[in-house]
Write a protein that binds this ligand. Structure first.
Ligand code: AMP
Ligand code: ZN
Length: 103
């Protein structure tokens, strides 16, 4: 838990954000500023700032399976995934997340 991190606060339940899918490793919620008709964020429960700081292979696998499970849950058969890593690549929230974009 990082006290200054918006996603840690969401995970803690500070904003009553609806999770479209969750398990012991991750939560999935809708992006507040969607760039596609369906735009989900798959977010690990632990605070990892970006992909550059992730070395847990099991968690990496869980996150990708979380993408699949969340897509299935909202009825997405086709979707794109995106991970922005670093400010220059457009990362704004420094708590690792995978964007899932579809119609
Ligand atoms: P990134 O640019 O990859 O760091 O993506 C951060 C994403 O988080 C952006 O698409 C924002 O719209 C989204 N976002 C920021 N704050 C919230 C929030 N409180 N609830 C849902 N999505 C958020
Ligand atoms: Zn965090």
């Amino acid at each position: 838990m990082d006290e200054n991190c918006i996603f840690c606060k969401i995970i803690r339940g500070d904003f009553n954000t609806e999770f479209v899918y969750e398990n012991e490793h991750l939560v999935v919620f809708r992006d507040i500023n969607p760039k596609a008709p369906v735009h989900l964020l798959v977010v690990p429960r632990v605070h990892v700032p970006s992909l550059n700081e992730l070395d847990d292979k099991d968690l990496l696998g869980e996150l990708m399976l979380g993408v699949k499970e969340a897509a299935k849950k909202v009825g997405l058969k086709s979707y794109r995934t995106q991970i922005n890593t670093g400010k220059e690549a457009g990362q704004e929230v420094f708590h690792l997340h995978i964007h899932v974009l579809g119609k």
